[in-house]
Design a protein around this ligand. Structure first.
Ligand SMILES: [Ca+2]
Ligand SMILES: [Ca+2]
Length: 410
């Protein structure tokens, strides 16, 4: 092969290589441009890739309670496709339990929804009104737009009609956002529980302790109040073993009715000696189990408090307590069962049932969790046997000093 020929082959290869490289770059660049979609929505824009699923979220704040909301969502269906992701991102998480309807079959690029509830739809704290999933079908510029048709104030005392007008009605605000959906690792839907203007997040199945503390300058003869909550999201669960319902009213005629009506529990307490809350102390403890993701407020309203002697009354009629000398504080905390040495049945208390539980375990009638076993080994010899059961029994009847048995160890 001559030098000229080698040079020619080399140059040809170089040209082919460059052409290939250029082609590759060109191909990559055009694919890149094709696969991007630009989604605009009221108040923002979002860039997504073809094939992505995104979540379009609308949050609403409204000063008043509503009886009815109706709206239409318009989207560019050439590039976007509605995708039902409600299993992970509930469509109307704060309207569950109302008669809310989402119509995705209305027309291409149109989704209509409405919700009505005679009790009123409460968005006085801003929260999610709508979550919708969209899959990006094509590259291009696409728009999503929510149009409110009307919102009816509870009791029909006023209507807000939007009719294509900008949504700048006083006392109503909207927040829009688009976020990527991770359907492989979707978020666990959580409940939002609002107590005394603080919002707590909790998982489904969590147990929460709601506590009302009271301080009152005078002695009372009678107190009556109601606890309001959303029974779609929360249910009352008995935690009185660890948290007595009315711990400071044990000697009075305290009555607690957990199911006065749906979402309302009522309590009252009377004691001729007077109920002394001159030092702030716990009036009420209630356990709530989170049934499903959603929003609920927990709120105690007092109907009346009668001062000892019966001459003066404070009537609140469901209004906030602002009477001089009376202070109410509401708190929410996760229900935590303390680890108590000897607590084989795991109820947070030491009693004869723990010895019985242990005997059943020793006789292979029941099994125990590792945590229960570590608490059951009261003599700390690394084994769970009849000696532990006997020790618990002896401690309970006072035959031997308790040492750490019955004490909180974790
Ligand atoms: Ca126990
Ligand atoms: Ca032992």
């Amino acid at each position: 092969m001559s030098f000229k020929r080698i040079l020619c082959v080399f140059l040809t290869s170089l040209m082919v290589l460059s052409a290939l490289t250029l082609n590759t770059f060109a191909a990559e660049k055009s694919t890149d441009e094709q696969e991007k979609a630009h989604i605009t929505y009221q108040g923002g824009s979002y860039e997504a890739c073809v094939g992505d699923t995104v979540i379009y979220t609308v949050e609403l704040y409204a000063q008043e309670l509503f009886e009815n909301i109706q709206a239409t969502l318009y989207f560019d269906y050439e590039g976007l496709e509605f995708r039902d992701v409600s299993a992970y991102y509930p469509s109307m998480p704060n309207l569950e339990g109302t008669s809310c309807v989402l119509n995705t079959e209305y027309a291409d690029g149109v989704i209509k929804f409405n919700a009505s509830l005679i009790r009123g739809i409460d968005f006085r704290e801003e929260k999610v009104l709508l979550n919708l999933g969209f899959k990006v079908k094509e590259a291009g510029s696409w728009d999503i737009r929510l149009q409110m048709e009307f919102m009816t104030v509870l009791g029909n005392t006023g209507n807000y009609f939007f009719k294509n007008e900008p949504q700048i009605t006083e006392g109503i605000g909207f927040d829009y956002s688009i976020t990527p959906a991770d359907l492989e690792n979707p978020p666990t839907p959580q409940a939002q529980i609002c107590v005394d203007d603080v919002t707590y997040r909790a998982n489904v199945g969590d147990v929460l302790v709601y506590t009302v503390k009271l301080s009152a300058r005078e002695l009372f003869e009678n107190i009556q109040g109601s606890v309001y909550f959303d029974s779609d999201v929360l249910e009352i669960t008995d935690i009185s073993e660890l948290f007595p319902v009315m711990p400071n009213l044990q000697d009075s005629n305290a009555v607690f009715n957990p199911v006065y009506e749906d979402g309302v529990s009522r309590f009252n307490a009377s004691n001729i000696q007077g109920i002394d809350f001159s030092q702030e102390q716990i009036l009420l403890n209630l356990g709530f189990c989170v049934k499903k993701a959603g929003y609920s407020k927990i709120e105690t309203k007092f109907e009346f408090m009668t001062i000892l002697g019966g001459e003066d009354h404070y009537f609140f009629k469901g209004e906030a307590v602002q009477t001089k000398g009376i202070n109410i504080a509401e708190l929410l905390a996760p229900y935590h069962i303390p680890e108590i040495l000897g607590d084989a049945d795991g109820n947070g208390k030491l009693n004869v049932k723990d010895a019985t539980t242990l005997q059943k375990y020793i006789a292979s009638i029941i099994t125990l969790t590792e945590k229960a076993l570590s608490l059951a080994d009261v003599n700390g010899d690394g084994k769970v046997n009849v000696r532990d059961a006997t020790t618990i029994q002896k401690v309970l009847v006072g035959l031997i000093p308790a040492d750490k048995v019955g004490q909180i160890v974790g």
